[in-house]
Design a protein around this ligand. Structure first.
Ligand SMILES: [Zn+2]
Length: 249
């Protein structure tokens, strides 16, 4: 069920205080020469729609803009300032709550530190103003990096190198599983080493360190099979998080 597709009458009939609303947030950001700028949005929207089908949630209009400082110099990337993103997310979630929705999951496909902070600060403002709502904020990449660093017992995929990162094997595999027509594997870079940042340094201009736009990992080793396996685990985890929101008093 998509918020956008409902009539106002259908909204009144179908959406109430036990409905879960899932809001996918992405970004337009370079992900190397082989992946689309909307890579993060595509993954978040897949997660939101898959979850909505499983638990009967309503998907709020996808938001394809976010904040990314380090990858901003690459052509085609669009980064909103922190305060703009914070205000937009706060005001949109306030409107969702004003419509009587009391269970909300914000699912970001982008895991930038400031991007997630802007969303979390905004969500906290809305939670404080609406003490009766259950609201969760996460990036699906928080789950994906957990799989990389400590695969769960039921993980059946290939071993994932610890330096796999933005635009690398995992991310390319996930998009191959979701939107294969948007991936150009002929242009997928082979192994890009992850360069450790100086401790506590604010890093701008990732294009200087990573001219190809992949921030670590071997995108050429990506497969749709790996993507489906990672997505399966992400889906199960999202389902548990959604169940928690649906059971919240
Ligand atoms: Zn990404």
């Amino acid at each position: 069920m998509r918020w956008d597709d409902l009539s106002s009458a259908q909204f009144r009939e179908r959406v109430n205080d036990s409905t879960l609303a899932v809001w996918p947030i992405g970004i337009l950001e370079s992900h190397g020469p082989h992946l689309p700028l909307a890579t993060d949005a595509i993954q978040a929207e897949w997660g939101a729609e898959t979850l909505a089908r499983a638990v009967g949630a309503v998907v709020l209009s996808p938001m394809r803009f976010g904040n990314a400082v380090a990858t901003r110099p690459y052509p085609g990337s669009i980064s909103l300032p922190f305060d703009t993103l914070r205000a937009f997310v706060r005001d949109t979630l306030s409107e969702v709550a004003r419509n009587g929705v009391r269970r909300i999951l914000v699912l970001s496909g982008h895991l930038g530190r400031d991007h997630m902070a802007a969303i979390r600060v905004a969500a906290t403002d809305v939670a404080e103003a609406n003490p009766d709502i259950a609201l969760s904020v996460l990036s699906d990449w928080e789950i994906v990096y957990e799989i990389r660093d400590k695969p769960p017992a039921d993980y059946r995929g290939v071993p994932i190198p610890p330096d796999d990162s933005h635009g690398g094997m995992l991310e390319t595999s996930r998009v191959l599983a979701i939107a294969p027509d948007l991936v150009d594997m002929r242009r997928a870079p082979t192994h890009i080493p992850r360069v450790p940042s100086p401790e506590f340094r604010i890093m701008l201009g990732a294009d200087r360190t990573y001219p190809q736009g992949v921030l670590g990992g071997d995108a050429s080793k990506a497969t749709a099979e790996l993507g489906r396996e990672v997505n399966r685990i992400v889906e199960a985890r999202l389902r548990r998080i959604a169940d928690g929101l649906l059971k919240a008093p």
